[in-house]
Design a protein around this ligand. Structure first.
Ligand SMILES: C[S@@+](CC[C@H](N)C(=O)[O-])C[C@H]1O[C@@H](n2cnc3c(N)ncnc32)[C@H](O)[C@@H]1O
Length: 299
């Protein structure tokens, strides 16, 4: 009889040989996806022939370096379980910090004004926007992506989450848009939090990206123009015309481009410009504020 513990050890060996970065963790997830049981919680449970056949299929996909999240169909993101699917960028753990900064900024706005208006261009699965809406009850969140597939998936994730939180649906709006172009112009000058994880890599990085990223994330989600900074620059430049006085801009960045982002924010007239580190201590997030004495939207 093959137990789940034995199966997990075997899968770990197979994934190690395939060069997978976290073979033991992935093995546990794949065994759980095939059997419905965490092998740590039920190590002596039997791997049935049907579950064994399914596990072999899943392991074959992971050996070919398909991302784990696309194989199991979801990822944990802060308090949420976010559905993932091919063709849409898989949310990363470091972006949970960006979402946390946005949650904190939205909560500060709620304390001061009783509500918070949040914009998230480049929303992908909707993980960031939906986290903010789930964690800040008085936040109104507008999210957008240029990809039709991403918008469809973000809406699917919203509908799923609304099963537990019906009121959330009325506070979240998801649309297809090139950066900020599609947002209601009436929101200009009123936004408390403008948060985004835009594409920010230079095209030359394609040669050094892991297979999971280069072959499975859409390239439009990775590359911000040839030099990588086109979308970051556009968002920083546009931020002053959307942010309310005292509003916060939060962007995820290429850690090699922190100073460029600071310079762009200074040029745009933003205040309190700084970088915040990611889980590895690298300067990953730009934080900047609209002057609290600003008189509102600049066009
Ligand atoms: C790095 S992914 C981030 C997705 C999501 N926010 C996350 O953190 O998981 C960048 C996203 O930007 C979208 N995107 C690329 N160019 C865009 C544009 N010009 N306007 C709006 N969205 C864009 C891509 O489709 C992709 O979903």
């Amino acid at each position: 009889m093959t137990t789940l513990a034995t199966a997990a050890v075997h899968v770990t060996e197979v994934l190690t040989q395939a060069g997978v970065m976290s073979p033991a963790v992935d093995a546990r997830w794949l065994v759980e996806a095939a059997t419905g049981l965490d092998p740590r919680a039920a190590p002596a449970a039997e791997l049935t022939p049907a579950a064994g056949a399914l596990l072999s299929e899943l392991v074959a996909r992971r050996r070919m370096r398909e991302p784990l999240q696309l194989i199991v169909g979801s990822t944990a993101f802060r308090t949420l379980d976010v559905t993932c699917q091919p063709g849409v960028f898989v949310p990363r753990p470091e972006t949970e910090i960006l979402a946390g900064l946005a949650v904190d900024a939205a909560r500060r706005a709620v304390v001061v004004k009783g509500s918070a208006l949040v914009l998230e261009p480049c929303c992908g699965t909707g993980a960031v926007a939906l986290s903010i809406a789930a964690e800040v009850a008085d936040a109104e969140v507008h999210a957008a992506d240029i990809s039709e597939e991403a918008v469809r998936l973000a809406r699917t994730n919203l509908v799923r989450l609304c099963a537990d939180r019906p009121a959330m649906g009325e506070r979240v709006h998801i649309l297809e848009s090139d950066l900020l172009a599609g947002f209601d112009p009436a929101l200009r000058g009123r936004v408390d939090v403008l948060v985004s994880n835009p594409p920010y890599l230079p095209v030359r990085d394609l040669e050094v990206l892991p297979v999971e990223v280069a072959s499975h994330d859409p390239h439009a989600a990775l590359f911000g123009g040839v030099d990588g900074h086109e979308l970051v620059d556009a968002l920083v430049g546009a931020a002053p015309s959307w942010l309310a006085p005292g509003g916060t801009l939060l962007l995820e960045l290429d850690v090699r481009r922190g100073q460029d982002a600071i310079d762009a924010a200074d040029r745009a007239g933003l205040k309190e410009v700084r970088l915040v580190p990611d889980l590895a201590g690298a300067p990953r997030f730009l934080v900047a504020s609209q002057d609290a004495r600003s008189t509102g939207a600049r066009r």
